[in-house]
Write a protein that binds this ligand. Sequence first.
Ligand code: ARG
Length: 275
Amino acid sequence: RHFLKLASTLAVGLVLAACSKQEPAAPVEAASAPASEPAPVKVYTVGTDAAYAPFEYQNEKGEIVGFSVDLLNAVAEKGGFQVKFINTPWEGIFNALTQGDRDLLISSITITDERKQTMDFSDPYFDAIQLIAVKADSKVAKFEDLKKLKVGVQTGTTGDEVVTKLQGKTSTLIKRFESTPLALKELEAGGVDAVVADNGVVIHYVANNPDAKFKTVADTKSFAPEQYGIAVKKGNAELLALINKGLAAVKADGTYAAIYKKTFGTEPPAAAAPA
Ligand code: ARG
């Protein structure tokens, strides 16, 4: 029995070998690996808070997907490195970087002067601004109207910062959540009067949850323009250079525009991909 099995395996092997011989000799890059081969491609760990559709979120299979994932994969390809995404809660995300648990972060992180003191940022890759979400029948018309209302934010985000500035540090009306979707669910449940968060995420949530009966209130006079950057550990100039090289390449060759269109269904505004 064993012998027969072995013989048939050999026979199959011979047939396969014969077949492959008839194929034209294709150049096999991987096989020609002399000592001059470049160092193996480095795999960098990526922290992302994957509760932020359409930028970074988990699909039904639990895979981390979204604009940021597509973008960073393309950037890595051009920059000559590899990435491994790890779902990382927002509240610990900056610590994970400084402690060396993650090599880089892509998580719709707004580049701010304060954050620049503890980490280094890539060139900006996305323009954003805060946006207010309220129930459709709300009288809120501008940011100032939230001064004495209960407002939901994601802890430690730029949304948290602006609302804290408006209401004061000791305000008891700010409800802080570990994710932006949780804050929006609380708005739906009536536990807060408004949510302030990044425009892209609010617009996506409102569009995909018509039963929540939300509307958005834009107030471009009250909110400063924001830009997302990819963060690396302070001083990691080597990785930062690879990222910026890759970013420039995907912006230049249309890859950025294609990923933008896949995600948002429209061409990127000229300012969304600052050169
Ligand atoms: N852009 C905002 C900030 O940097 C919010 C980002 C939150 N990102 C996330 N994946 N939860 O503070």
